[in-house]
Design a protein around this ligand. Structure first.
Ligand SMILES: *[C@@H]1O[C@H](CO)[C@@H](O)[C@H](O)[C@H]1NC(C)=O
Ligand SMILES: *[C@@H]1O[C@H](CO)[C@@H](O)[C@H](O)[C@H]1NC(C)=O
Ligand SMILES: *[C@@H]1O[C@H](CO)[C@@H](O)[C@H](O)[C@H]1NC(C)=O
Ligand SMILES: *[C@@H]1O[C@H](CO)[C@@H](O)[C@H](O)[C@H]1NC(C)=O
Ligand SMILES: *[C@@H]1O[C@H](CO)[C@@H](O)[C@H](O)[C@H]1NC(C)=O
Ligand SMILES: *[C@@H]1O[C@H](CO)[C@@H](O)[C@H](O)[C@H]1NC(C)=O
Ligand SMILES: *[C@@H]1O[C@H](CO)[C@@H](O)[C@H](O)[C@H]1NC(C)=O
Ligand SMILES: [Zn+2]
Length: 512
């Protein structure tokens, strides 16, 4: 089993190297962009601009740090993400959410359900991880995620192209399939450069304005896809400036033209680039990860402790600044479409942390580890075995057949797939019933008012220790308001509902 997984994972490690940039990917003349601001108005149209949406002053705007992960969802990869996010809080007291661009190969579907129910965004990265994907690869993944992980179609809104390799046709396929956004384009000119392509996310009503040197038949007004958003991926820049961009997994790159990765140098340039955004127009920053490279639980992956500590040190440092929020793409887009000044962030529902209220003793396969224990099916496919609440397919899903008929074990009945009118944590796939029948089905809101200490809008978190002899991060969270208890493996039950994400990590660690 272990050797099987071993072999099966090797390709991912190779894939993870992709998504690098080495210089500008656009220019003003290649973009030839013009947009009519009188015709293009929020919430469904926004011109590409370096200025914040809604005419807001930068000081009134949150500095978003988008956290994304790409490829398979496995216990190892969720453990890896949890190292950075599980013990942090945004300024409203909520644990940060992130976006997982998921592909089929090696994905453990039940963990997708868990991750989604914990409040994270699940997005599309094709089924079998191909560049310039055909429509079946894009849409098949939606069908499989809906069928096998119970993710509502309405929640699958974003796409990232494998290898960041997309064409004009890819954008058109996404538009036809009613995606809300793509996040495959790059911004690789610093915000301090007058020709910067670090635009705030924008709609394609007036065409693309990024990657104009790379992707043919885009830009100069093309393609026009009204209401469809591009969320550019913003590079960090080392001392070589525009000649030293770092996009995905910057910690794997050599900084400043050196010959080996250097965590100290990476931390320096990540902070420098952050400062240029934060002290400028507050375009978002992104940590775009392939989490398998940061796994300390996956056998054979050799991650430096200093790299883990460095990333946490960066986030600790960033969160000490006012108005810094770690978010998923969809949370950020929600604010961009209806931008309000920082003083009114309480009104932005997507920034809240509402958690589904399901009694811990209820036996229901719903993406909540304490409820679903013992109810999962194990689908023992040789390429990539997985677990699911929704019944194993007879054959491995593929772009030609993303939702094969169900394999029904002797003496059991078929599992019921998620209907459009029930929310994942309330759907019982065994009984085929929604346990949330009226407004009694509740989501508890655990967020607290933004900025209870007057203007102090810092988040909270931990992970530091960088530079202190390579010590591993200490697993203690110091709450922003000083009130809540610290959690550890022993006490997670007490506030399990709010900490599902953290628990997934705990389980993963102990099972391998
Ligand atoms: C898959 O999920 C199951 C159920 O949570 C878990 O027991 C198993 O360890 C996971 N395996 C991987 C490789 O993610
Ligand atoms: C994904 O799985 C399919 C089906 O097993 C296989 O054909 C394809 O090569 C795999 N792709 C990657 C990138 O591993
Ligand atoms: C993008 O993907 C297509 C199809 O897989 C391939 O032909 C092309 O070479 C890729 N382009 C880059 C820049 O990798
Ligand atoms: C690593 O980066 C730091 C900070 O830029 C620098 O002082 C140090 O010399 C670098 N180390 C190596 C081995 O290049
Ligand atoms: C959901 O829709 C089904 C029919 O499609 C209906 O029978 C059921 O009562 C609905 N459930 C809720 C909670 O509205
Ligand atoms: C904001 O509050 C945090 C936590 O209570 C505190 O550590 C920090 O010093 C405060 N910052 C400012 C600028 O008041
Ligand atoms: C890295 O951290 C892990 C987990 O805390 C620890 O077990 C290991 O000894 C550390 N390795 C080094 C080289 O410090
Ligand atoms: Zn990928």
């Amino acid at each position: 089993m272990l050797s099987l997984l071993f072999a099966a994972l090797a390709p991912l490690l190779v894939l993870a190297q992709d998504g690098d940039v080495s210089g500008p990917t656009s220019s003003a003349s290649a973009a030839g962009y013009s947009c009519d601001t009188s015709k293009c108005q929020l919430p469904n149209c926004l011109c590409a601009s370096t200025s914040p949406p809604g005419g807001l002053k930068p000081s009134d705007v949150p500095q978003f740090i988008v956290f994304t992960a790409d490829d398979a969802v496995q216990s190892y990869t969720l453990d890896a993400v949890n190292q950075f996010l599980a013990q942090r809080k945004n300024p409203n007291g909520c644990a940060p959410k992130m976006t997982y661009f998921t592909s089929l190969n090696f994905t453990n579907y039940t963990l997708v359900t868990d991750w989604y129910v914990a409040g994270n965004e699940i997005a599309d990265h094709t089924m079998t991880h191909v560049g310039t994907p055909p429509a079946e690869e894009v849409n098949g993944n939606l069908i499989a995620l809906n069928a096998l992980a119970g993710i509502p179609m309405s929640s699958l809104q974003g796409f990232r192209a494998p290898f960041l390799n997309y064409s004009r046709e890819t954008l058109e396929i996404l538009y036809q399939s009613k995606f809300l956004y793509d996040s495959s384009a790059t911004s690789a000119v610093p915000v301090t450069d007058p020709d910067t392509d670090a635009f705030w996310p924008y709609t394609l009503d007036f065409g693309m304005a990024n990657n104009c040197l790379e992707v043919t038949n885009t830009c100069k007004g093309e393609p026009k896809l009204p209401g469809f958003w591009e969320i550019p991926m913003y590079a960090f820049f080392d001392k070589l400036g525009v000649n030293g961009p770092h996009l995905m997994d910057p910690w794997l790159d050599n900084a400043n033209g050196e010959t080996a990765p250097n965590d100290t140098a990476t931390l320096e340039y990540m902070k420098d680039t952050f400062n240029t955004h934060y002290n400028g127009n507050r375009q978002p920053i992104g940590l775009y990860t392939h989490p398998i490279h940061l796994s300390r639980t996956y056998p054979g992956v050799d991650v430096r402790n200093s790299t883990i500590d460095m990333i946490n040190a960066f986030l600790d440092w960033a969160q000490e600044q006012q108005n810094v929020w770690i978010v998923s793409n969809i949370q950020m887009l929600d604010w961009i479409r209806n931008p309000v000044p920082v003083s009114q962030l309480d009104q932005v529902s997507s920034l809240k942390c509402t958690t589904p209220q399901v009694d811990a003793s209820t036996k229901i396969c719903n993406g909540m580890p304490q409820n679903e224990a013992g109810l999962l099916s194990h689908c023992a496919f040789s390429d990539f075995p997985f677990y699911t609440c929704y019944g194993c397919p007879e054959i491995q899903p593929s772009p030609d057949n993303p939702n094969p008929s169900q394999q029904i074990p002797d003496g059991q009945a078929a599992r019921f797939r998620l209907p459009a009118n029930c929310s994942t944590p309330f759907w019982d796939p065994v009984k085929g019933q929604c346990i949330c029948t009226s407004d009694t089905c509740s989501f508890a809101d655990n967020s607290r008012p933004v900025g209870p200490n007057g203007a102090n809008l810092t988040g909270g978190g931990t992970g530091g220790g960088f530079g202190s002899s390579g010590a591993a991060p200490t697993p203690t969270y110091i709450p922003f308001n000083g009130g809540a208890p610290r959690f550890s493996v022993g006490v997670w039950n007490a506030f399990a509902v709010g900490l599902i994400g953290a628990m997934i990590g705990v389980f993963g660690v102990y099972r391998f």
